[in-house]
Structure formats: structure tokens, C-alpha cells
Design a protein around this ligand. Structure first.
Ligand code: FES
Ligand SMILES: [Fe+2]
Length: 405
């Protein structure tokens, strides 16, 4: 699976973590590998080994200067391509400098994220190209949260639409809530060239269904419509949402959370974006300062309120995504799936697992796995809308499912 994950560009960090040229470097752990990121004098982001190839000093303490990182132990300096550009501890005529490199990975900065490709050079796909990444900065907001669980169980939570009637139900006695109207959505999954798209169809009344169309893009990206804007299911602003789950290692994950306005004429206002983060449980006050870890976490049982649980919600936990973390992290760092019992509501989970197995086979055969070619997914967008009962969402929502940025 590590070899498969290395066939994709992965977000390595937020652009905001390295805000300025020649600024402080940051530690990055990605796919089980320890790295250091720095923005060089030209403004380009380098991603290099965490340890100096000389005698393994930590590059995190390095000096970011004139388009390179200088190891402060003996002064060797490397540029962002990994080339050693200065070796002041050796005689000036030494050629040793030309023989030593530091490990370095290509990066691509798009959508407020620095993406990195950690796979074999001969298989490097074009840089990722989601509509999110083409939306102007004024229209989007991206954040990142630490999760103490394997990426796959986090992803499986993200493509599991039926859980929202329970985990995310903000008022279990309010019959008007969409989430209470139909707790057993009919799930239709269609495999595509990038993964699958699926619709969760809930019955609203005699005339209307509510269709929520998601996309799953391999290896671990979910795109969804903006129903969570309000508990009543009415959209306050035109917004699409999603997550990217990025393995730090086998047992921990960074979840990249994104939201963007899908209407070119309407920017995403900052207050709305922050409101959405607070609703999700990761507002500015919700993080342990200086980290991407939430204050409500496994160590304190997510500050579960048993009284709230008895009277109003199933979980008693505040924050939509904090509720997810409680379930996903609570399974243990790697869920033991041999004890599961999958039902009809798990169709999307089953399809995702099949696709991942197929992708593993493709890599073993020497082929490109699904989700590596941006042409396949660059024009897709999710949607959630009410539709006449019994109509075909594929036809009715056809125009809504196409990117406009
Ligand atoms: S360990 Fe880095 S220059 Fe010696
Ligand atoms: Fe959830």
C-alpha cells in the first residue's frame, strides 16, 4: 500500500506553514518518512530529508539562506533539488561535493497546499488539478487536523453517508431535520475512471427525494455537497466541501479540510469559513496552540457531555468532525476489519476497498492506478439537491456535476 500511496501527489503541508521566503523550516512526516520543508529565496518550497547526509544532523535546525538549507553542524548546504551547493568543511578543490546529495522530493504549490510526489520519478503524474485548486483564493478555505488513526478508517468515515443521521444528528427529536426524515438512504455507487461517484438518496416526502452526490477520488479524497451548512439542510452560501486524508504513517493521519464557493460571482466570506470550522469542531479556539491537534481528543473522551447525549444528540460530543474522530480513533489505530458485518448502507465502503485492491494490482502489473490522471477528475464536482421522487439523479443533476472554475 505504501508503494501505491507513493504514486500520488499528496499534500505535505499548508502553504501558510512556510509563509515567507527564507523563513523558518518546518518538520514534515509523510508516508512514514521524516522530512523538512522550507521556502527558499525564490519562494519555491523544498522538501528534503530530515537528516543531513554528512553525519545525520537534523536539518530542522538548518539555516535557510540564499536558495538552500545549510546544515549548521559543518556547514554543508543543499538546494531544494537536493544538490550539495556548498561544502565548506572540505578543501576548496575537493570534488566530494558533487558526489553527495540530500534526498529531495518534487513539490507543487496549489490551493493553499504544498503537494509532494514521493514515488519513482518515471511514474510521476501531472500535478493534481481539482476544481478546488483552480478556485481563486477569495473563494476557498483549507485547514488541517491531526487524527490518531490509520488513513483508511478516516476515509471510510468520509464516504459513509448513512452515519450522518446518527453521529452528526444535532437534534434527534426534530422531525423536520433532513437527517431524521430518512435514516436509511438508498446508496447508488457508480465506478469511474478516478474512483467512484455515489448518491445517497433520502426520501423527504411523497413528492421529493433528497440526493447527495459524493465523489471518491483515489487514493483518499472525498468531495461532497454543502448540506452541513445548516442543520436544516438549507444552504446559506454556495459551498462545496471535502477532505483529503494523508497518511503521516500507518497509525496517524493529517486530514485536510476544504470548502469553496462554487459560484464564481460569490466569494467565500471569511466569517462563513470560520463559522464552518467552528461547527466542524476545529475553530481557532479548538486546537492545542502550536499544533494541529484538537483540545477535544481521545485523552479526554472528546469532552463528551452525557447529559446532552441523553436529551438531544446521539454522541453528546461537540463539533461535527470531532464526532467523527471519536468514532474513527476509538476503533484503535488500525481497525480490525475481520470482525465487521457490512450491510447495504456500506456499499460505498465496499466499493472503495475493491478499488484500492484493484489499484494495488494495477501497480503490481506496472500500470498507473486510478486517480493519478487529473484529466479524469478535474471537471467533477459534488452536489446535493432535492429532486422529484423516483427521478434519475444522473440525468437531473448532470449540469450540476460539472466544474465551473
Ligand atoms: S552533519 Fe551536516 S554538515 Fe556535517
Ligand atoms: Fe462524519
Amino acid at each position: 500500500m505504501g508503494n501505491l500511496m507513493r504514486r500520488y501527489w499528496q499534500p505535505a503541508l499548508l502553504s501558510s506553514e512556510v509563509p515567507e521566503p527564507d523563513g523558518a523550516p518546518v518538520r514534515v512526516r509523510l508516508l512514514g518518512e521524516d522530512l523538512v520543508a522550507f521556502r527558499d529565496t525564490n519562494g519555491d518550497v523544498g522538501l528534503i530529508d530530515a537528516f543531513c547526509p554528512h553525519r545525520r544532523a537534523p536539518m530542522f535546525f538548518g539555516r535557510n539562506e540564499e536558495c538552500g538549507m545549510r546544515c549548521v553542524y559543518h556547514g554543508w548546504k543543499f538546494d531544494r533539488s537536493g544538490e550539495c551547493v556548498d561544502m565548506p568543511s572540505e578543501p576548496p578543490d575537493s570534488l566530494f561535493k558533487t558526489k553527495v546529495r540530500i534526498g529531495a522530493y518534487p513539490t507543487s504549490e496549489r490551493g493553499g497546499m504544498v503537494w509532494a510526489y514521493l514515488g519513482p520519478a518515471e511514474f510521476q503524474p501531472p500535478a493534481p488539478d481539482y476544481e478546488l485548486l483552480r478556485a481563486p483564493e477569495t473563494h476557498r478555505h483549507v485547514s488541517k487536523t491531526f487524527e490518531q488513526a490509520n488513513w483508511l478508517q478516516a476515509l471510510e468515515g468520509g464516504i459513509d453517508t448513512s452515519h450522518s443521521s446518527f453521529v452528526h444528528n444535532q437534534d434527534i427529536h426534530n422531525k423536520k431535520l433532513l437527517r431524521n426524515a430518512d435514516t436509511a438512504p438508498n446508496i447508488e455507487v457508480e465506478k469511474t475512471s478516478y474512483g467512484f461517484r455515489y448518491a445517497g438518496i433520502r426520501r423527504l416526502n411523497e413528492e421529493q427525494d433528497y440526493a447527495r452526490v459524493y465523489h471518491y477520488v483515489l487514493p483518499a479524497q472525498q468531495l461532497r455537497g454543502g448540506v452541513t451548512e445548516s442543520a436544516g439542510g438549507k444552504k446559506e452560501v454556495p459551498a462545496l466541501h471535502g477532505h483529503l486524508w494523508v497518511p503521516i504513517d500507518d497509525e496517524t493521519t493529517f486530514t485536510y479540510n476544504w470548502i469553496y464557493s462554487y459560484d464564481p460571482a460569490i466569494p467565500l466570506d471569511h466569517e462563513h469559513a470560520i463559522g464552518h470550522e467552528i461547527y466542524s469542531g476545529r475553530g481557532p479556539e479548538d486546537y492545542i496552540p502550536g499544533t494541529y491537534q484538537l483540545k477535544r481528543n481521545r485523552d479526554n473522551d472528546y469532552l463528551i457531555d452525557r447529559d446532552l447525549q441523553r436529551t438531544k444528540t446521539y454522541t453528546g460530543i461537540k463539533g461535527i468532525n470531532t464526532q467523527d474522530y471519536a468514532l474513527q480513533e476509538g476503533m484503535g489505530p488500525i481497525c480490525d476489519r475481520t470482525h465487521e458485518h457490512l450491510g447495504t448502507s456500506d456499499r460505498a465502503i465496499i466499493a472503495a476497498r475493491q478499488l484500492l485492491f484493484e489499484a494495488l494490482d494495477a501497480v503490481e502489473r506496472g500500470e498507473a492506478p486510478k486517480g493519478t490522471n487529473p484529466v479524469d477528475y478535474s471537471q467533477v464536482r459534488p452536489v446535493d439537491l432535492e429532486i422529484p421522487r423516483g427521478s434519475r439523479w444522473q440525468e437531473l443533476l448532470e449540469r450540476e456535476l460539472i466544474a465551473r472554475f
